[in-house]
Each structure stands twice: as C-alpha cells, then as structure tokens.
Ligand binder design. Structure first.
Ligand code: TEU
Length: 537
C-alpha cells in the first residue's frame, strides 16, 4: 500500500466513532478508543480508515450537523487526540480519511445563529437559503420540496422567513452560490490536510448546488434516492465546478490524497461524472449496495459499473453496508425487494451465509472496496430497539421505509464479557443484544469458521496478490443458473447465489471459500449461497 495510486484497489474501513470503542466509560465511542484499536484494523488487513464525523456538533444527526468544522466534539476528545490518531494510524501503515459535510451546517453553527439573529435582509442570510413564505401571510413554505427525513424541507423562523434543509431542521443547507461558502470550505480542506489526513469522504456530494430559483418538484416523482429522474436539489451540473476547484487544492499536497463522493445518483453513469480525472477519485457504488443477492442482477450491476468507470479512468468501488442502511447480513436474510431498509430480523443463518459469500465476491472485483465496522463480525441489524433509546432523526421525523438507521449503529462487541462486551466500561449508548457475546472479536478470533477469520484470510490473500483488485475488467466464465463465475488473470471466483449446491469445474488450487466446497475428479460441488476463490498459479 506504499504505491502512490494506493487508492485504486484499497480496502477502506468505515469507523462510526460513537459506536467503535469507548475509552472513558461514558457509553459513547471516542477518538482515543479508536486509536487504541488501530492494531486490530492493521491486523484485519485494511488499507485505510474512514471516520464518520467527530466535529463539534449538537448531534441532532449523529454529528452530520457540524457546528465547528475545525474542532473535535468534546464527546469524542480534542484536536490533540485527532492528531495522535492520524499519526499512530500512519505509523501502522493505515491511511486516514475524514468526513466533510459541505451541504449543510448545524443550526448551532456561528454563521447560522448570526444569520437568524440579524433578521431578514441581513447579508449573512445569503450564506443559507432564506426565503419569504407563500400564501397571504407567508404561512406556506417557499416551494414543495420535502426533507429526506420526512416533512417539508423548510422551517420558519420567528421573523417569518423560511430556511431550506434537505435533512433535519437542525441542518440548514448552505447556499453554494455565495462566495464565502466556497472560501470557507477550501480553508477547512486545508486545515485537515495540514493535520495530515489522506483524504475526505464528501457527505451528500450530489446536493450542494440547487437548481436556479429553487423550482417546485412539480411532476417529478416523490423524493427517492435512486432510480429517479434528476431532482432540482440533487446532481445538478454546477456541483462539478466545486469539485474541480477542490481537486486543485488536494493536488498541492504531497502523497496521493483522495476524495470519495457520497453521491446518490440515479445511475452509475451519472455517478461516473463525479470521478472524472480533474474531480474526485472515487464515488460509492450505491447501485451495488442496493442490489439483491441474485447472480443475474449482480452481474448486470458489475458490468454497468465497470463500463461506466472505464472511460473516466476511475476505479470501480464496491460497498455492501454503511451507517445509513440495514446491514447486509439482515438485508440478505429477507426476501429481495425490501430495499435497503428492512424491519424484520429474517432468517439470520441464511443472511449470514449470503453475507459471507457476498464479501468474497466483493473482494474479488477490480477496484476499491468499503467495509463498514462490524460487518467483519457478521453483525446483524438490531431491529427491535425501543423508541426511548433510538436517536436517528429520520426515525422520529417519519421517513418511513428509510427511517431505521439506529439498528446498524449499535456499538461493537469486542469481548465475551462485560457490561458492553468490551466496547467500554460504562455501558453503550444503544443496547447490544446478548447474542453479541458470541459475535465479539474475542469469541471469533482464532476460530477458522468465524466471519472475522474469513475477512482476515480474504484480506491477506488480497494483499499477497495485488492483481486481485487491479484492472478494470472481469472475464465471465460459463456458469449454471444462479451462479457467477469469472477469471481475473490467475484467479477464479465462483459465487453461487442459488439456494442449491451446484457443480462447477475445480478451477485450480483452492484459496478460500465462504461455505462448503467439495472437490472430486476435477469438479467442485459448491454449497448454496457460497463463494469460492481458486488460483491457477
Ligand atoms: O446521507 C445522505 C443520504 O441521502 C442518505 O444516506 C440518507 O441519510 C438516508 O438514506 C436516510 O435514511 C448522509 C449521511 O451518510 C447521513 O448519515 C446523514 O444523515 C445525511 O447525509 C445528512 O448529513
């Protein structure tokens, strides 16, 4: 991972700071907790760590509401802790990517507080989207946009003006047409680059620029993140100009530092626009994340992704889980078609089998892969959290189908024993189910059948064989229905997504399998929902 284009095939591990490790016993994870667990991540075999926001924040949206972009929230530590974390990571050979939230600030950000205080007509209001309302007394919102978390995307302040927030009311959207906003974010980028970070994950990268005049949605479909036409608040062409400017700043710094876009666009082709050579380096592949465990559909999205990325020269990326969606162990435990948010635990054993198989498939594809903390333990979503402990604003604002994000944010079990299974000494902000004792890092370490050891082995193979993540193509092999088979140089991957065992050729020396595989007379019987890796070398 010393190469300058390290990011082209990097495996990047997402740490959700409040739920990773708690060093001070307050039930909330923190930077010092993460620092002390870095050796675990090095041993797991990932290349980089992406940290979800740890900045000063009232936590109305778990830190995605930033009040001060240059400060660490006291709940997570301070700037010295951030410095120590970045430095220790580097010494262990791990890169650090931080989250940047440029679409909106917290309503407790100094700019917003002053804008509200100064009243209508204040130039400070132009850094956000303030508007008079409609109707006789301005009692109706300025347009018909809806918040992603439910309800109108506008909130009225005391003097009668309304402000725009695509997410919670505590997250007012910046007006990126105002030069001060761009200046401020270019300065924030430099602040963290000077701190030594290796890159940024850009939150809502598709949202910064809104269509001129903030036109009504009108006949556009209801707000959906994928598979829709272009919304007046998402994926506007103007957003690319911002990233071209950011890229110039990044390239002033030594070493190869990167941007990864969180851009929910309707198609992989539109996602590819964000990773043109003079813009960002990577973009999450949400089409892949949203695909069911089905050979035909997977093959379709893999082909479309590789085709879309080839002309722009950016690596494909693959992701199965993050802090916004139901963990894939639980998604795959349920019938397809339920989307990324699911309400039932489903058939857990089936879900885990498929999750393990999906991991080996993902790690065999060319490009970069993202792992969300806890998936290496096979953690399921916690689907029965009580309302009293939930904190996700989407849940409380009635985002319906999309409002179930606490279940994938439950703190990591590190040990079999203890009040929070080794997460910390003072409990955990969301309760962990008792079955998590046996899913803990301690319980799985050294058990060759465990999901943790499967991840360790797979990542070790990937490190030994750099050709695994390299290139931009897969060579499909003939395979029975429900099965994906492809060759990449001296490497063959077979993923059986069907509910039955299948017979395929034994393609070489068996490297790794997510489930049972029996070889005889040059053939291999691959169990249902199982992925196998072979090498012909
Ligand atoms: O998410 C952006 C987004 O559009 C969705 O992932 C959305 O949050 C989810 O589907 C709603 O249920 C980013 C962050 O990843 C998310 O955690 C934040 O809440 C959001 O931006 C606002 O900052």
């Amino acid at each position: 991972a010393k190469r300058s284009d390290w990011w082209r095939d990097a495996v990047i591990y997402q740490v959700y700071p409040r739920s990773f490790a708690d060093s001070n016993g307050d039930g909330m994870g923190d930077l010092e907790g993460i620092r002390t667990r870095l050796p675990y991540l090095r041993d797991l075999g990932v290349d980089a760590v992406w940290l979800s926001p740890f900045y000063a924040s009232p936590q109305a949206d778990a830190g995605y509401d930033v009040a001060d972009y240059r400060a660490v929230d006291p709940m997570f530590g301070n700037l010295l802790d951030a410095d120590a974390l970045i430095r220790d990571a580097r010494n262990l050979g791990l890169r650090t990517i931080v989250d940047l939230v440029p679409n909106h600030s917290s309503d407790q950000h100094e700019w917003f507080k002053r804008a509200v205080a100064e009243g209508p007509g204040s130039p400070l209001r132009e850094r956000y989207h303030f508007r008079p309302g409609k109707g006789e007394n301005g009692e109706l919102p300025p347009n018909d946009w809806e918040s992603i978390f439910g309800g109108p995307a506008w909130t009225r302040v005391e003097d009668g003006e309304w402000y725009l927030h695509l997410f919670a009311p505590e997250q007012p959207d910046f007006n990126w047409d105002h030069p001060a906003v761009g200046d401020e974010f270019r300065s924030i980028l430099r602040f963290w680059l000077d701190m030594g970070v290796d890159g940024f994950r850009i939150d809502v990268a598709h949202g910064l620029v809104k269509a001129d005049g903030l036109p009504d949605l009108g006949s556009h479909d209801q707000l959906k993140l994928l598979g829709n036409d272009v919304m007046p608040f998402f994926d506007q062409d103007g957003v690319h100009e911002i990233y071209r400017q950011w890229r110039l700043i990044l390239d002033e710094y030594s070493g190869e530092r990167i941007f990864v876009a969180e851009a929910w666009t309707p198609t992989v082709e539109r996602t590819a626009n964000y990773v043109r050579p003079d813009e960002l380096h990577q973009a999450f592949n949400f089409q892949y994340l949203s695909t069911a465990w089905d050979a035909e559909e997977l093959r379709g999205v893999i082909d479309r992704t590789l085709e879309a990325m080839r002309p722009v020269g950016a690596p494909a990326t693959w992701v199965l889980s993050n802090h916004d969606v139901t963990r894939h162990t639980t998604r795959f435990a349920n019938p397809p078609g339920l989307g990324t948010q699911i309400r039932t635990a489903g058939d857990r054993e089936l879900g885990l089998r498929r999750a393990r198989a999906a991991t080996l498939l993902m790690l065999a594809l060319p490009g970069s892969a993202y792992i969300y903390q806890g998936e290496e333990l096979g953690l399921p979503d916690v689907v029965d959290l009580a309302d009293e402990v939930r904190q996700d604003p989407a849940y409380f604002r009635g985002a319906g189908q999309d409002g179930f994000r606490d279940g994938c944010r439950v703190p990591i079990p590190w040990a079999r024993e203890g009040s929070s299974y080794g997460f910390g000494t003072g409990g955990s902000w969301l309760p962990q189910p008792p079955e998590w004792a046996e899913l803990s890092v301690e319980a799985q370490t050294g058990d060759p059948d465990s999901t943790l050891e499967l991840y360790r082995s797979a990542l070790a193979v990937r490190r030994e064989r750099p050709d695994l993540g390299a290139g931009d193509a897969v060579e499909w092999l003939r395979a029975p229905e429900g099965v994906l088979a492809f060759r990449r140089g001296q490497f063959v991957c077979v993923a059986n997504t069907s509910g039955e065992s299948v017979t395929t050729p034994a393609y070489g020396r068996l490297l790794l399998a997510s489930g049972e595989v029996a070889e005889a007379d040059g053939d291999a019987k691959v169990a249902a929902d199982t992925t196998v890796w072979w090498t012909t070398a």
